[in-house]
Design a protein around this ligand. Structure first.
Ligand SMILES: Nc1nc2c(ncn2[C@@H]2O[C@H](COP(=O)(O)OP(=O)(O)O)[C@@H](O)[C@H]2O)c(=O)[nH]1
Ligand SMILES: [Mg+2]
Length: 354
């Protein structure tokens, strides 16, 4: 399973519009249930590889996009529905905060207020989770269990900061504290990517988008400016007509490309390939992952029985037009367990199976 991104935001911030723009799935615009789509990660290198190998099968990288409705202020504390929807937040790797930067009726756009409101929902849920854990551990801590004591201390420290409205992702934690929190799977610890949803790209440097940019920079988070409604219209067009319309909107690439690139950077993800006459396959792993771990993305046996990895660079393959020519130019490398995978590596894994 690839990366999963959850769209969250206040009602009418444009989540479903952006979901449609990205997935071209045309999900019901006013649904309160969850929309999910698997979208292909655009990568022009894949087309090049397919051109070279002409395989019958191509497996691009995919990303799951989830439109999570219902983060209305107060929903967590109220009925079970808010909590159920917040449960979906736990399933995703990245939270995409969709922030309204366009005017809509009488409530002025106010990115700082909206970010705070979303954070607060997550923070309230996290305080509850931590309180439960502290309660569970307190007896063991009282009778002298030192592990329980240090976990209670960590959870209490984080809870205090949450009570001061600081999401976990903006708290500074030691490795031990991180470890104590891991099983809690806290919502406000999820990495966040901000989307400034503007009326048109002419507002990309308008006051609302600028405010959001400053907020994002303040927590070293990426920001993508998107004209959600315009881009949803583009997504409805036949693909050959899209570039001209994007250009008209003042965009070089579609929202999906910018959003995915930002998500990959945020999670430090990288793509590598296996390529041959049978199949061109894109794999995703963390940047700088050790070769056996990367091989494990292909098959767990390849990690367990890893012997070596034969690597050519995508750029070298394109320059020389065939694996044989790359090898002849001395540019095929044989790498061992210590090798760290790089973006654009085309690999063959040698392993001992059983
Ligand atoms: N002007 C403008 N309106 C938008 C934009 N994105 C969404 N809207 C409108 O805002 C309303 C709510 O959008 P929707 O995607 O359903 O919001 P959600 O509740 O967050 O899923 C709809 O009427 C959209 O047409 C945008 O980028 N610009
Ligand atoms: Mg919606």
């Amino acid at each position: 399973m690839g990366l999963s991104c959850g769209l969250v935001g206040l009602p009418r911030s444009g989540k479903t519009t952006i979901f449609n723009a990205v997935s071209a799935a045309q999900a019901a615009a006013f649904g309160t249930e969850l929309n999910r789509a698997i979208v292909t990660v655009p990568d022009p290198r894949v087309e090049k590889l397919v051109g070279l190998y002409q395989p019958p099968k191509v497996v691009p990288a995919t990303l799951e996009l989830v439109d999570i409705p219902g983060l209305e202020p107060g929903s967590t504390a109220a009925d079970g529905r808010g909590l159920r929807l917040l449960g979906h937040v736990k399933e995703v790797d990245v939270l995409v905060y969709v922030i309204r930067c366009f005017e809509d009726g009488s409530v002025p756009a106010d990115p700082a207020r909206d970010v705070e409101a979303i954070d607060l929902e997550l923070v309230v849920a996290d305080i509850q989770t931590l309180t439960n854990k502290i309660d569970r551990l307190s007896r063991r801590a009282r009778i002298g269990d030192t592990v329980a004591q240090s976990e209670v201390a960590a959870c209490t420290k984080v809870r205090t900061a949450l009570e001061g409205a600081t999401p976990v992702r903006r708290q500074t934690l030691s490795c031990e504290e991180e470890a104590s929190l891991r099983e809690c799977n806290l919502l406000s610890q999820r990495p966040v990517l901000f989307v400034a949803n503007v009326a048109s790209m002419a507002d990309a440097e308008g006051p609302a988008a600028r405010t959001l940019r400053a907020l994002a920079e303040g927590e070293s988070a990426p920001l993508v400016v998107m004209a959600g409604r315009d881009e949803a219209e583009v997504a409805e067009l036949p693909s050959e007509d899209r570039p001209a319309f994007l250009a008209e909107l003042g965009l070089k690439e579609s929202s999906i490309e910018r959003l995915i690139r930002a998500a990959y950077r945020l999670l430090r993800l990288t793509s590598f390939f296996t390529a041959g006459e049978k199949e061109v396959h894109v794999w995703t792993c963390r940047q700088g992952e050790a070769a056996p771990v990367a091989a494990g993305k292909i098959h767990s046996d390849m990690e367990k029985g890893f012997i070596r990895m034969e690597v050519i660079r995508y750029d070298d393959l394109v320059a020389h037009q065939s694996e044989a020519a790359v090898a002849k130019a001395g540019k095929q490398r044989v790498e061992g367990r210590a090798y760290r995978i790089q973006d654009g590596d085309i690999v063959v894994v040698r392993f001992s199976g059983r």
